[in-house]
Design a protein around this ligand. Structure first.
Ligand SMILES: CC(C)(COP(=O)(O)OP(=O)(O)OC[C@H]1O[C@@H](n2cnc3c(N)ncnc32)[C@H](O)[C@@H]1OP(=O)(O)O)[C@@H](O)C(=O)NCCC(=O)NCCS
Length: 144
């Protein structure tokens, strides 16, 4: 498996994974807009097929943010997500980012466990964060 930069033709596969993974997926045009705005956008590729992706950006000078990550259901629990996060952390370090933050649905226990395993700590809960009124857990990781 390789981790590489997103390219425009990847958008169809990314969208497929996004739709299969989230109840409120980003539409294709938003994914491309985010990319065009200069966000970090990496994909995991296995046998010429995109099997996962991560989108991240620098929110403030020393604070990074993971916007979205998802892995094709057939490739989960095989370290793809971990490799995507680790590669984004390397990119953040190059820009002297000190802390990474993200929001995750409180009900998304799998993702919360995944992020904990990756060294993120739960900071607080924000009530009514999502459009469907679910609360968000704010998680953060200090970069060494
Ligand atoms: C969260 C997600 C990206 C994890 O990707 P992944 O490739 O399966 O993760 P990894 O294989 O690297 O997992 C690393 C560790 O995280 C933990 N973990 C991952 N998924 C988990 C789950 N569903 N439940 C509990 N623990 C989990 C495990 O400890 C795992 O290590 P192990 O396999 O040795 O037990 C993937 O489940 C996914 O795409 N989910 C849907 C989209 C989503 O919820 N994204 C996050 C939104 S904020």
């Amino acid at each position: 498996m390789i981790i590489r930069e997103f390219k425009r033709p990847d958008v169809e596969r990314v969208l497929e994974i996004e739709i299969a993974s989230f109840s409120d997926p980003y539409p294709a045009n938003i994914l491309v807009d985010i990319y065009n705005l200069g966000a970090g956008f990496l994909v995991a590729q296995e046998n010429n097929r995109v099997v996962g992706y991560i989108i991240f950006w620098i929110k403030y000078e020393d604070e990074g943010h993971i916007i979205s990550i998802a892995v094709d259901k057939n490739y989960r629990k095989q370290d793809v997500g971990s490799k995507l996060v680790e590669t984004s952390l390397e990119a953040f370090k190059k820009f002297d980012v000190k802390v990474i933050k993200l929001e995750v649905r409180v009900g998304n226990k799998g993702a919360r466990k995944f992020y904990s395993k990756m060294g993120f700590k739960e900071e607080k809960t924000v009530a009514d964060y999502y459009e469907d009124h679910e609360d968000a857990a704010i998680m953060s990781k200090i970069l060494q």
